[in-house]
Design a protein around this ligand. Structure first.
Ligand code: CP
Length: 301
């Protein structure tokens, strides 16, 4: 495993190894030492959790972090290309973690440099480290990844986390409910891939009737910034609002996940219910990203 660009590149065995390492690191981070190693964060797009949990992960394992938060103050403003910026970062660091609005940007950079590259989100395409931490969270909350029923709710067209998650769960015999407005359906190439892999899924436009049936409700934000047409966003922005009242018929151990940030799609009264698990999910990002950094830097034991 040289880079982490897409969940499609990751075997089920490698995924399980990362899950086991994350579990070990949550219990005892002192078993991995990344001192004198440097992570370069190249974030061309906004981020709170991904960037900071990667930084926290690196620093808690003894490593250092350099990088950019947006392009302001960097030579990208003078017209420096992505390839050139990446080649320079690769001379200053041991691993690049990057987020970019262009689909395919991380794969492109991985072809330009000799150090490992981690895709921390490329446009509406993939967000594999989010999916790995989502798998870790689902495993912790349900005790298994196998045979679960999951509703993926909201913006399934532009939400890159749900694209990666569908691939990440595919080897574990899931049943998916893809719940979205018609205009924000899961892309057909992903539905075709899932069909080819024999994954069971149903597409829905409403959530109410399936709540008693599911183990995981994975809610996503409607991705305003990716809509070419503001009017189209206005039509769907309030499509799903999950409230505590709506969850009264949920299974006891059903958990609500959300990659965050949320806008209005989960009301704050859900936070104090036994179903809310999205803040734990964000914390799990540190353990999983420690496992990813250690593995790609050849330090996983
Ligand atoms: N989940 C996630 O990617 O959050 P950020 O955009 O804050 O990094």
């Amino acid at each position: 495993m040289k880079h982490l660009i897409s969940m499609r590149d990751l075997s089920a065995d490698k995924t399980l190894q990362l899950l086991k390492l994350a579990e070990r690191l949550e219990k005892d981070p002192s078993q991995i030492d990344l001192s004198r190693r440097v992570m370069a964060a190249m974030f061309y797009e906004a981020s709170t959790r991904t960037r900071m949990s990667f930084e926290s992960a690196m620093k808690r394992l003894g490593g250092e972090v350099i990088g950019m938060v947006g392009t302001s103050g960097t030579s990208v403003e003078k017209g420096e290309t992505l390839a050139d910026t990446a080649k320079i970062m690769a001379r200053y660091s041991d691993i690049i973690v990057m987020r970019h609005p262009m689909e395919g940007a991380a794969r492109y950079v991985s072809e330009q440099v000799d150090i490992p590259v981690v895709n921390a989100g490329d446009g509406a395409n993939q967000h594999p480290t989010q999916s790995l931490l989502d798998l870790y969270t689902i495993l912790k909350s349900q005790g298994t990844l196998k045979g679960l029923k999951l509703a993926l709710v909201g913006d399934l067209k532009y939400g890159r986390t749900v694209h990666s998650l569908a691939y990440a769960l595919a080897p574990f015999n899931p049943t998916f409910y893809f719940v979205s407005p018609k205009s924000l359906r899961m892309p057909t190439h992903i539905l075709s891939d899932l069909t080819q892999k024999g994954v069971s899924f149903k597409e829905k436009t409403t959530i109410e009737n399936i709540i008693p049936d599911i183990d995981i409700m994975y809610v996503t934000r409607i991705q305003r910034e990716r809509f070419p047409d503001r009017e189209e966003y206005e039509k769907v922005k309030n499509a799903y609002i999950i409230t505590a009242k709506l969850l009264t018929k949920a299974k006891d151990n059903m958990k609500v996940l959300h990659p965050l940030p949320r806008v209005n799609e989960i009301t704050t009264d859900v936070d104090s219910t036994k179903y809310a698990y999205y803040f734990d999910q964000a914390e799990n990002g540190v353990y999983m990203r420690q496992a990813i950094l250690a593995t790609l830097l050849g330090e996983a034991k």
